[in-house]
Design a protein around this ligand. Structure first.
Ligand SMILES: *Cc1c(COP(=O)(O)O)cnc(C)c1O
Length: 364
């Protein structure tokens, strides 16, 4: 009986390394509210992500909700339906209306040529998503935003450590959101961050994640609670020590998948964008004109205890909670890809022999 392979496996430091890191919490009894670990990982992440400002959160989703809240956005926000539930939910939970733009056929990010047609006098922002580690056309989005005076908040949950022409991806738009969830390239168990250039945003975001508290007897604004605690931060400190090694291992796995699956009729792989330092976050395959359908491949791998994910399927506009307001045929490329995409297992410790075995089952 071959062992089970999940689509991902959370990166963890050695047990002893984590224990060593959290030991002093038993001296300080300081468990949350921006303690020493929080300060340390904040500094390290600012460096690693090559950004000027960062605010840490207990997860990526609340970070994104806070980013939208920080600008008091109203009316409509242009985004894509080819993403995780979080992106659209964050917009809706702020009382703003998502307007779905279609995606590109090659990199699955927002089609910048279709944005302007969707802009109305109610549009207040664009929330594009960097998908699978691929980045959006940040220059064109910047031009459109300037022309129409719109805010840009990137969902950068998939692009930890990605750089474009040597610049950290968290430097684009007004704010970028990173997720440090257990399943992401870098994790703090649960966790997230906002990065931004305008340092005046720091206070506002700090208040949004901590009840609007500005001093022992001063609460100036309405805020929630979305702070990263010390155990999360300690996990981040440990995981960040090994991140380059982890990404290097992911690269080897992606290279192996490419070796096995390139030039196969009906099997479309995600090409690397030029000028990008990649993070190898996901390995999506689009089955289009292959001898088996996406769902056949999914089932067959499952029979062999190999678990893949139809990520992103269904399209957000087809969700139970949204389908009465949207028609997924309005974004035909997104719909086409969602019906054919499968993300294959990818994590640092995945054995190359297992990659070969997965590919063999697919091609059989
Ligand atoms: C993971 C993810 C989020 C949410 O992040 P959490 O840390 O899980 O709250 C948002 N958007 C995308 C695209 C994601 O993959």
């Amino acid at each position: 009986m071959k062992s089970t392979i999940q689509v991902t496996k959370s990166s963890m430091p050695d047990f002893e390394e984590y224990i060593e890191e959290i030991k002093d919490l038993w001296d300080s009894h300081w468990l949350t509210n921006m303690g020493e670990k929080h300060k340390k990982i904040e500094t390290s992440l600012t460096k690693y992500l090559d950004v000027s400002n960062i605010v840490l959160f207990t997860n990526g989703h609340l970070a994104l909700e806070s980013a939208i809240a920080a600008f008091n956005l109203t009316g409509e926000v242009i985004t894509t339906p080819f993403t995780f539930a979080s992106t659209t939910h964050a917009i809706v939970r702020n009382g703003v209306e998502p307007v779905f733009c279609d995606i590109n056929t090659e990199d699955y990010t927002i089609n910048v040529n279709k944005i302007e047609n969707l802009i109305t006098e109610r549009t207040s922002a664009i929330v594009p998503v960097h998908v699978y580690g691929n980045i959006c056309d940040v220059d064109k989005i910047d031009k459109i935003a300037k022309k129409y005076n719109l805010k840009v908040i990137y969902d950068a949950a998939h692009t930890f450590g990605v750089k474009v022409n040597g610049i950290g991806i968290g430097n684009f738009g007004n704010i970028s959101m990173f997720s440090f969830h257990a399943t992401k390239v870098f994790n703090t168990i649960e966790g997230g961050a906002l990065t931004f250039k305008d340092k005046r945003l720091k206070k506002k975001l700090d208040n949004l994640k901590n009840f609007g508290i500005t001093g022992p007897e001063s609460i100036k604004s309405v805020g929630g609670n979305a702070k990263m605690n010390e155990f999360q931060a300690a996990m981040g400190i440990c995981n960040l020590r090994h991140i380059d090694e982890e990404i290097e291992k992911r690269k080897k796995i992606v290279d192996r998948y490419f070796k096995n699956l390139s030039d196969i009729k009906g099997v479309k792989l995600l090409k690397a964008q030029t000028g990008i330092k990649q993070n190898y976050a996901y390995f999506p395959v689009v089955f289009d004109g292959f001898k088996k359908t996406r769902d056949n491949v999914f089932e067959e791998l499952m029979k062999n205890n190999i678990f893949t994910r139809k990520y992103f399927y269904p399209l957000i506009s087809d969700y139970e909670c949204y389908k009465h307001r949207y028609n997924s045929n309005d974004t035909p490329i997104a719909k086409y890809i969602a019906n054919r995409v499968l993300t294959l297992p990818l994590y640092a410790d995945l054995e190359l022999e297992d990659v070969d075995r997965i590919c063999k089952i697919i091609l059989k």
